[in-house]
Structures are given as structure tokens and as C-alpha cells.
Ligand binder design. Structure first.
Ligand SMILES: C[S@@+](CC[C@H](N)C(=O)[O-])C[C@H]1O[C@@H](n2cnc3c(N)ncnc32)[C@H](O)[C@@H]1O
Length: 218
């Protein structure tokens, strides 16, 4: 009756076949985000970073699916990171993931061959139209960066060059109508083979780009 999401009442929600602990400090993992996971798993990777990890749904799933890979899961929210840590332990990957409290790349060290993120992307105007089931219960900072909804992509791409290895891949989830703008940001950041991928409903959902190899061999 209070419009509390079922995931928060249960304290857990399914994502990519696993159960993830969910609290009021975390976004409830959405099935839309499984598209990004499928795309990430379609190619090899060894060192990944998940920027804005929330429950850890993306990082924990990728590490659980790809034994031997290691990674960083970062978030601005210390409370969300604590939940991500519980989920990493529950799925047996705690020894392969480092949890880092960071404002996007600030304080993050290392070089990665896979950078993934499902950042807040709802525009300020759209946020005002969302159902109270979402806005009364899920963290505002997980849903919208304010303004045109693109500032998180700008921050991630601005700091990408020293952190994404030559030949490495970047995958980000996008919202409705953002494909063209985010693909343009990827191209402006110097990424190659930029592509917008649909989700299972045929809606543009993930933007992909590759860091050129240093020798220019593609
Ligand atoms: C849309 S949620 C995604 C959560 C999770 N990755 C998923 O797909 O279910 C965005 C996440 O980004 C985090 N975030 C927001 N602003 C951030 C910032 N400036 N730096 C790092 N993380 C941030 C939020 O705390 C939230 O956990």
C-alpha cells in the first residue's frame, strides 16, 4: 500500500540467475541490464571495472561467470558498496573484486580491459514523471545525474583513456533516446567501432566502443 517495491520488501531480487541483496541504498537490478552482461560475456576479458556498481549485480555476475577474471566495483555510495560486498561474498567472488568508494574515476587505480557501467541516466525532467514506487524508495543519485541525463557518461569518458587498455572495451547502459548522443561522446573520446546494441525488446540499450591499439593495427 505504501508502494514499496517488492524487491525491497523481500530484501533480495534476481539478476542473471542469481539472487542479489537489495536495500534502500541500492537500485533494484533491472532485467534490461542483462543485455550489457550478455555483451560483456561475448568477448574475453581479464580485468574489469564496474563504475556505479550498486548491488554489484554487473561486477559480481561477470566475475561469477568468468572464473579467473578480477575486478574493481566502485560507487559513490559507501552504503551501496557494503551491499555489493555482501553480494560478492554470497556468490563466491569476494576474493577477486576490490570495492572502491569513488566519484567515477577519482581514486580509482589500475588499467582494465573491460570498463562497464550502468550509470544514472534519467533526465531531470523525466525524473519528475517517474512513479512514486521508484522515486519514494530508490536512491535519487542512482537514477538521475540531473540536467540532460548525460553527465555521468561525460565523466566516465573524460577519465577513460588512462584506464582502458589499448584494445580494451567499454560498455555502458543507456536510456530511451540516448543512443545517438552517447555514441557521439564515445567517438569524441577516441573509441573505435562504436555501436548501439538493442535489448530483448528491440530498444537501444547499450553503447559499445573499443580503445584503439597503440600501433594503429585496429
Ligand atoms: C543506475 S544505478 C546502477 C546500479 C547497478 N550497477 C545496476 O546496474 O543495478 C547507478 C549507480 O551509480 C552510482 N553513482 C551515482 N553517481 C556516482 C558517481 N559520481 N560516482 C560513482 N558512482 C555513482 C549510484 O550510487 C548507483 O549505485
Amino acid at each position: 500500500m505504501a508502494r514499496e517495491p517488492l524487491a525491497q520488501i523481500l530484501g533480495a531480487w534476481g539478476f542473471y540467475g542469481r539472487s542479489f541483496r537489495v536495500t534502500r541504498d541500492t537500485l533494484v537490478p533491472r532485467p534490461d541490464t542483462e543485455t550489457l552482461v550478455d555483451l560483456a560475456l561475448a568477448r574475453p576479458f581479464e580485468r574489469l571495472i564496474d563504475l556505479g556498481t550498486g548491488t554489484g549485480a554487473i561486477a559480481v555476475t561477470l566475475l561469477a561467470e568468468r572464473g579467473g577474471a578480477t575486478g574493481v566495483a566502485s560507487d559513490l555510495s559507501a552504503a551501496a558498496l557494503a551491499v555489493a560486498g555482501e553480494n560478492a561474498a554470497a556468490h563466491g567472488v569476494a576474493g577477486r573484486v576490490r570495492l572502491v568508494e569513488a566519484d567515477w574515476w577519482g581514486g580509482v587505480e589500475g588499467v582494465f580491459d573491460l570498463v562497464v557501467s550502468n550509470p544514472p541516466y534519467v533526465t531531470e525532467a523525466e525524473y519528475a514523471t517517474l512513479a512514486p514506487d521508484v522515486t519514494d524508495w530508490e536512491p535519487r543519485g542512482a537514477l538521475t545525474p540531473g540536467g540532460d541525463g548525460l553527465s555521468a557518461y561525460r565523466a566516465i569518458l573524460d577519465g577513460l583513456a588512462p584506464r582502458l587498455a589499448p584494445g580494451g572495451r567499454c560498455l555502458v547502459e543507456i536510456g530511451a533516446g540516448q543512443g545517438e548522443a552517447v555514441a557521439a561522446l564515445f567517438t569524441a573520446a577516441g573509441l573505435d567501432a562504436v555501436a548501439v546494441h538493442p535489448d530483448i525488446n528491440g530498444k537501444p540499450r547499450v553503447v559499445e566502443g573499443w580503445m584503439p591499439k597503440r600501433n594503429g593495427a585496429g
